[in-house]
Design a protein around this ligand. Structure first.
Ligand code: AMP
Length: 279
């Protein structure tokens, strides 16, 4: 695997590959790679000739400085995992390479900014769109791969690509889970053994909602789900919603695509998870 830290060098390399007709796949990440990230790399390998992975812990999308400070950065392990997975190119810039000037960014992504994660993490999606725009501009991928784990992020990026008319196809990949159901996340490393057990309430509750889903009793299901999570020791619920999979507004009787989404703090760690209830 070739490792680039400078955008100009990566761009030059990609230009020659593109000139040779290669279809470029892109997997943006913040590192601390796990099987979820590697499943995106695998999808990209199946659909593209060349796979570029980026590892960049983007400061502009963190609204909590402590969260940014403690975000894991095991770059040598990550390089080993990507090499083992057969990834072609890694882009691992530092903050100065990505943000040379004190630039401004704002993109009107409508209601998505104010709902769920947007509401709980003010400014988060401005930071996400800012960095993904920059990364797309550098890599110019034909196809970019994102995880359903960050469902709202996929909707936000889809909206950005549409608004700015960017020539990239987006693919959403399923959530990789531990054997007991916990959604894989780079932040799981911060969970104590007790937290790890209590965190299972999230995937359990989502599964329960999926099994029992019935359009006429959405409110009851939401209430029961919130009560189950609130009753779990060490877990503080942020939100639990059953939402329209396209708009993230609360789902109603006529909603076609339905997603249940949850955010909660377990011990000191904020986790998110979701399940597609009806497609
Ligand atoms: P992150 O490094 O957390 O920014 O994630 C990079 C990409 O990996 C995003 O598109 C995430 O949605 C995706 N991802 C994170 N966790 C998982 C998971 N458990 N399964 C599948 N994809 C994931």
């Amino acid at each position: 695997m070739k490792n680039f830290t400078k955008k100009a060098q990566l761009q030059q390399h990609l230009q020659s590959l593109r000139a040779g007709g290669a279809v470029i796949g892109f997997v943006p990440t913040m590192g601390a790679l796990h099987a979820g990230h590697l499943s995106l790399i695998e999808q990209a390998q199946q659909q593209c000739d060349i796979v570029v992975c980026s590892i960049f812990v983007n400061p502009t999308q963190f609204n909590d400085p402590k969260d940014l400070e403690i975000y894991p950065r095991p770059i040598q392990d990550d390089i080993a995992k990507l090499t083992q997975a057969g990834c072609d190119l890694l882009f691992n810039p530092d903050v100065a390479e990505m943000y040379a000037d004190n630039e401004k960014w704002h993109l009107d992504i409508g209601e998505l900014e104010a709902l769920l994660e947007g509401k709980f993490r003010p400014g988060h999606y401005q930071g996400v769109t800012q960095v993904v725009f920059k990364l797309f501009d550098i890599v110019k991928p034909d196809v970019a791969f994102f995880g359903q784990k960050d469902y709202q992020q996929v909707l936000v990026i889809t909206q950005m690509v549409k608004l700015l008319n960017m020539p990239v196809k987006l693919v959403m990949c399923p959530i990789e889970r531990e054997a007991d159901g916990l959604a894989m996340s780079s932040r799981n490393i911060h969970l104590t053994a007790d937290d790890r057990q209590h965190a299972l309430i999230l995937s359990k509750t989502l599964n329960n909602v999926k099994t029992k889903f019935d359009r006429n009793h959405i409110e009851q299901l939401v209430q029961n789900a919130r009560a189950a999570i609130n009753a779990e020791p060490g877990v503080t619920l942020g939100y639990f919603e059953i939402a329209d999979g396209n708009t993230l507004r609360p789902a109603g009787n006529n909603t076609k695509k339905v997603v249940a989404l949850v955010a909660a703090t377990v011990g000191k760690t904020r986790l998110i998870d979701n399940v597609i209830v009806r497609d």
